[in-house]
Design a protein around this ligand. Structure first.
Ligand SMILES: [Zn+2]
Length: 229
C-alpha cells in the first residue's frame, strides 16, 4: 500500500506550494508520469496463518497448497463489487456476461470432484477440477464467467468469444486475473481456463497482468527444475 502514502505526500507537497502556481502544473505532470505500477511494492513473503497460505497479503490456493476443510468465508464482498463493475463495463461495450460459478464450499467441491473422477478418471479430472480443499472457488475470490449465449461456456473457445476476448485484456482493470492462462499448464496444473477469474484487487491484478506471469511465478513459487519429473 506504499503508493497511497506516496500519493498523499505528493498532495502535501502540492498544497505546500500553493502560492507558486506556475510550478503546480509541472509537479502534477510528474506525478502522473509515475504510474501506480512502478510504485506498487507488494510483499512476496510467504506466511501460513490458521492453515491458510499467503504470499504477502494474497491468499494462495493451488494444486499443492490447500485450504483447511472448515475454511468457509462465503463470497468476498469486495470481489463481488468488482465483478459487478466488470459486468456493467462489459454491458456498456455490448457484452453480456453470465456468472456461471462463484463461491463453493469444501463439501460442494468434494461432490463435484468425486463426480468428475467417476466420469473421466482422476488424471483427466485433475486437469480441469480441483481436489476438495484445493479449489480457488473455496476462497470466495474466484468466478467462472460465461456469456448469456452460453454455447461456449466452460470451453477453451470461450476465449475467442467477444466476452472472452474482452476479459483477457480488461479483467485486471477491475482487479481480476485469468488465473489459468494458455500455455501455463506446466505451472498451474490446469488446462487453459479463459473463464476462470481470480480477484486480487486492482493494483496487484494489474501488476500480475503486465508481468505476463501466473500467480505461482509472480510470487516465486514455481521452480522449473522441480517440475521436470
Ligand atoms: Zn473456476
Amino acid at each position: 500500500m506504499k503508493k497511497i502514502i506516496i500519493a498523499a505526500l505528493a498532495l502535501i507537497a502540492l498544497s505546500g506550494c500553493s502560492e507558486q502556481v506556475e510550478y503546480s502544473a509541472s509537479i502534477t505532470d510528474n506525478i502522473k508520469k509515475i504510474s501506480p505500477l512502478e510504485l506498487w511494492t507488494e510483499s512476496k513473503e510467504k506466511s501460513v496463518v490458521d492453515g491458510i497460505t499467503y504470499y504477502g497479503d494474497t491468499l494462495i490456493v493451488n494444486k499443492e497448497i490447500a485450504l483447511p476443510e472448515d475454511y468457509a468465508p462465503g463470497e468476498n464482498a469486495a470481489a463481488r463489487k468488482a465483478l459487478n463493475q466488470l459486468i456493467a463495463a462489459g454491458e456498456e461495450q455490448g457484452l453480456h456476461f453470465a456468472i456461471r460459478s462463484g463461491y463453493r464450499s469444501y463439501d460442494e467441491q468434494n461432490v463435484l470432484y468425486s463426480n468428475y473422477v467417476a466420469r473421466d478418471g482422476k488424471a483427466a479430472a485433475d486437469k480441469y477440477s480441483a481436489e476438495p480443499g484445493h479449489s480457488e472457488h473455496q476462497t470466495g475470490l474466484a468466478y467462472d464467467l460465461g456469456s448469456v449465449e452460453s454455447v461456449k461456456d466452460f470451453t477453451i473457445s470461450f476465449g475467442d468469444t467477444p466476452e472472452g476476448k474482452w476479459l483477457q485484456t480488461h479483467a485486471q482493470e477491475y482487479g481480476f486475473i485469468i488465473r489459468y492462462p494458455e500455455g501455463k499448464t506446466h505451472v498451474t496444473g490446469y488446462q487453459y481456463e479463459p473463464w476462470h477469474i481470480r480477484y486480487l484487487g486492482r493494483a496487484l491484478a494489474q501488476d500480475v497482468y503486465h508481468s505476463k506471469l501466473t500467480l505461482e511465478e509472480y510470487f516465486g513459487m514455481y521452480n522449473p527444475a522441480e517440475s521436470q519429473s
